[in-house]
Design a protein around this ligand. Structure first.
Ligand SMILES: *Cc1c(COP(=O)(O)O)cnc(C)c1O
Length: 459
């Protein structure tokens, strides 16, 4: 690899290094001013134009230098190149959170009257965004009950459908999506598949290789990895045909700001990402601070190491939980007994992730006892942190739903979601053991009283 300062991209997405090399080097740009080895934090709202004509040219899009950080920033751009390389995409856009990434990714495709078809079992924040916020914009939303049933997707696609949406590994029950199957159904009709790859990360699966048009992440989770900062990213495959089926008029109609050219004419296969950056993100304004982009980049440099350890720990924890009498079921695709295990083996390269759920036989009382007895696991609504976390879904993330809706999502009263961290697996299991023992004690306390009465009656 060249170390030359004049080499603007020491390692671009076009080069084929392994994942671990790419996570450290892809898209890097050696600082031409001082030779700083680490991507500098350009904490500057705006960028100076050398002269009158440069300002004009930059606004006209004739010169690709920086103008204002809400649109683009050199620190952020380096992180965008790196994530695009890791996902095998053509380009990326970083924004302030995962919710912002999902919002910008979808609003760059949709307008009032359009229809979104999504897997039903997805991150609850995204489901709320689609069901409540998007419905108020006049965007219709439907949910597919069995995300791996091609007939159900086919049956529910309408003439107005403009996006298919799903998660590679679904939150919170670790269901694996057959990405290729859904992507193919969309492609036949010119409809892009947008995949939220937060729980898998590009180390485990790259949805673009399986036909996804766009990938989004909550970068607050595994990518940043340390539970300190929020961020989101949209990755464009650069290979979706936005023109052929005539479904995306905003990308193909002549645009005054583009000198009469459409986004498709001006940006070719990158039309979608350009529109997302210049029209949706720039106007709605969810910019990522360069300071947080820097933290995100620091996290990404160890992604494969962490995800490998996260996954190994999660498998050990899931196997152990499965043997416990207090546990009704464990939802982890890494277990041979899980119905998604074959799909998981087909799609996931180096492990099965570390966010999954399990259910306690004793329902909500058992869950309350369990959660309160944890000492090493943090009681928290977050995931992908180096620390292990636990949360009771029915009384937190899914509390606002009706009992029937929770049933449809498979969220029962005993369900606990874990995000297994990178600590020593033995310590994690000891903590879970202490909490399950408290659950068992609770159950035997319940048994003791009637049992005693029975004894008294027979004496
Ligand atoms: C957390 C999460 C989001 C939202 O991300 P934020 O960074 O918290 O806004 C979206 N999708 C999935 C799958 C998530 O886990």
């Amino acid at each position: 690899m060249t170390q030359s300062r004049s080499a603007s991209h020491a390692l671009g997405p076009e080069q084929t290094f392994g994942f671990s090399t790419s996570q450290v080097h892809a898209g890097e740009q050696v600082d031409s001013g001082h030779g700083a080895r680490i991507n500098p934090i350009y904490l500057s709202a705006g960028f100076v134009f050398d002269d009158f004509d440069e300002a004009r040219a930059r606004f006209a899009g004739e010169d690709d230098g920086y103008m204002y950080t809400r649109v683009a920033n050199p620190t952020n751009a380096a992180v965008e190149r790196r994530i695009a390389a890791l996902e095998h995409g053509a380009g990326a856009l970083v924004v302030g959170s995962g919710q912002a990434a999902v919002s910008v990714a979808l609003l760059s495709l949709l307008r009032a009257g359009d229809h979104v078809l999504s897997a039903r079992r997805i991150y609850e924040g995204t489901r709320g965004l689609l069901r409540e916020n998007f419905e108020r914009f006049g965007i219709e939303v439907d949910f597919v009950d069995d995300a791996n049933d091609p007939d159900e997707w086919r049956r529910r696609i309408r003439p107005q459908t403009r996006v298919l949406f799903g998660e590679s590994i679904a939150n919170p029950r670790n269901e694996i999506l057959d990405i290729e199957l859904v992507a193919r159904l969309g492609a036949e009709r010119g409809i892009p598949l947008v995949i939220d790859n937060t729980l898998a990360t590009p180390y485990l699966v790259r949805p673009i290789e399986h036909g996804a048009a766009v990938v989004v992440h909550s970068a607050s989770k595994f990518l940043a990895g340390h539970g300190a900062s929020l961020g989101g990213v949209i990755v464009d495959s650069g290979s979706f045909d936005w023109v052929g089926h005539g479904l995306f008029e905003h990308l193909t109609r002549p645009d005054a700001a583009g000198g009469g050219k459409s986004y498709a004419q001006a940006y070719g296969p990158d039309a979608y990402l350009a529109y997302a950056r210049h029209v949706i993100a720039a106007r709605l304004g969810p910019a990522l601070s360069p300071l947080h982009a820097f933290l995100l980049e620091q996290g990404i440099e160890t992604l494969s190491l962490r995800v490998e350890r996260h996954s190994a720990n999660a498998l050990a924890v899931a196997r152990w939980l499965q043997t416990r009498p207090e546990v009704d079921h464990v939802d982890y695709a890494g277990l041979e007994s899980n119905q998604g295990h074959q799909l998981a083996q087909r799609y996931l390269a180096h492990g099965f992730g570390s966010v999954f759920s399990f259910s306690l036989k004793g329902g909500q009382d058992a869950a309350a006892t369990f959660i309160d007895a944890l000492q090493l696991f943090s009681r928290m609504t977050h995931l992908g942190d180096v620390r292990s976390l636990a949360i009771h879904a029915a009384t937190t993330s899914h509390a606002h739903l009706s009992g029937r809706e929770r049933d449809e999502l498979g969220i029962d009263d005993g369900l606990v979601r874990l995000s297994v961290g990178i600590e020593d697996a033995d310590d994690l299991i000891r903590d879970l053991q202490r909490a399950l023992t408290a659950v068992a004690d609770l159950a035997s306390d319940d048994l003791v009283a009637p049992h005693r009465d029975h004894l008294a009656a027979t004496l």
